[in-house]
Structures are given as C-alpha cells and as structure tokens.
Design a binder for this molecule. Structure first.
Ligand SMILES: N[C@@H](CCC(=O)N[C@@H](CS)C(=O)NCC(=O)O)C(=O)O
Length: 207
C-alpha cells in the first residue's frame, strides 16, 4: 500500500498510526497538498492529503481510508463492534476534524507553518484568539469525556487517533495543553502521542 501525504498533516498521521497499530507494511510518499505528482492526483481527486493506492485501489480521505484498513485487517480492532461504541468512535473521528483541527490549525498555521515553512510572519492575534477563545470550550468538552486511557470503551481506536493527531501540531506550534486547567486531557494527549504507533508516524518524512 502506498500512502501519499506529508506526515505533518494530522490526517496523514491518522492513517500512518492506524497502519502502524495493525502492523500493515506500507510505502510512504510524503507529497504536499495539491502536488502535481500524477500518481497522487489519480488517488486524490481534490488534491488533498492523505490518499492511498493499494494494488490499484485508490482512495482519499482519512476516515474512508481508516474504514478500508479496518475491513482489510480487522485485528487489532480500531472501531468497536457494538453499535454505541462504533457510533461514538465515529463521532470523535468527525470531532477531531470538524471541530478540533479546524480551530487548532489556526495556531499551527500562524505560529509554525507561516514563519517556519513559508518564511512569512504569522498573525499572532489570530493564534492567540484561537488559544484564548476557540479552543478552551473544546478542551473543556474533551476533559469531560476522558475517564481512562481511551476515549471510547476499553480499547485504543479511531477516536483516540483522530483526536490526538492534531495535538502534535499544537506541539509543533510550541503549545502544550495546560495540565493545571485540563489535567485529564493533558495526561491523555501525552499518553496517546507516546504510543509507538504515533512516535513512528510523527517521525515519518514530512517532505
Ligand atoms: N477530510 C479530509 C481532510 C484532508 C485535508 O483537508 N488535508 C489537508 C492537509 S492537512 C489538505 O490536503 N488541504 C489541501 C486543500 O484543502 O486543498 C481527510 O480526513 O483526509
């Protein structure tokens, strides 16, 4: 299986972590979003990362790819078998993208991508507004949902992958979750990003 996309993307990271957890071998092509690479564009109609090519089966979107991987290699299960567990896991998968990453990526863009990668100044007011106003309600919600090492049921799964993945980008922006204000969230983020599957995905080439 070929995985297209820079490991700096939380969505690419989700796929790499799932493959690492399941012990599936893959080849990684760390392309940037909208790259002209013809093989990548054949797999990703909108030019977004990640995308995969598995023996000619091409697919984009991290959630769709995680579903594919789960069917391909069901063990260890990353999606609970029961209706409520599966539904909550998908809720957190969506929450990770639509709520969390959408706000968190403002901090990542203004404090990391612009100054470090694009060599232009970031908008510090935007980053601070996200940290002061937009992210705290999401962190409050996550703090209320954490009662053990995993977000859903008794096992690590796609909920943990999708919610933890963007937090590494917060670290790249030199921001840590305030452990005095959100102790459970800070502990869960540290524990999850320390899993070997995350450590390997984070170390994968960005370009
Ligand atoms: N729903 C998609 C989102 C993927 C996505 O937005 N990736 C970003 C990079 S982090 C991208 O490729 N953006 C380029 C664009 O929107 O043109 C997924 O889960 O894979």
């Amino acid at each position: 299986m070929i995985i297209y996309g820079s490991s700096i993307s939380p969505f690419v990271r989700k796929v790499l972590v799932a493959l690492n957890e399941k012990g599936i071998r893959y080849e990684h092509g760390p392309v940037a979003p909208q790259a002209e690479d013809a093989d990548f564009r054949a797999a990703s109609p909108m030019g977004k990362i990640p995308a995969i090519d598995h023996d000619g089966f091409r697919l984009a979107d991290s959630s769709a790819i995680l579903d594919y991987i789960e069917h391909l290699s069901p063990q260890p299960a990353l999606i609970p078998a029961d209706a409520r567990g599966a539904a909550r896991a998908r809720w957190f998968d969506k929450f990770g993208e639509v709520e969390l990453d959408r706000k968190l990526s403002v901090v990542f863009t203004e404090r990391f991508l612009k100054p470090r990668l694009f060599k232009v100044p970031g908008d510090e007011a935007l980053a601070q507004q996200a940290l002061d106003t937009h992210l705290p309600p999401l962190f409050d919600y996550l703090e209320s949902q954490i009662s053990g090492p995993f977000l859903v049921g008794g096992a690590f799964g796609i909920g943990d992958i999708a919610v933890a993945a963007p937090f590494h980008n917060l670290r790249l922006a030199q921001v840590e979750v305030d452990a005095a204000r959100w102790p459970k969230l800070a502990g869960w983020v540290a524990l999850t990003l320390d899993r070997p599957a995350f450590v390997t995905a984070i170390a994968a080439p960005a370009w």
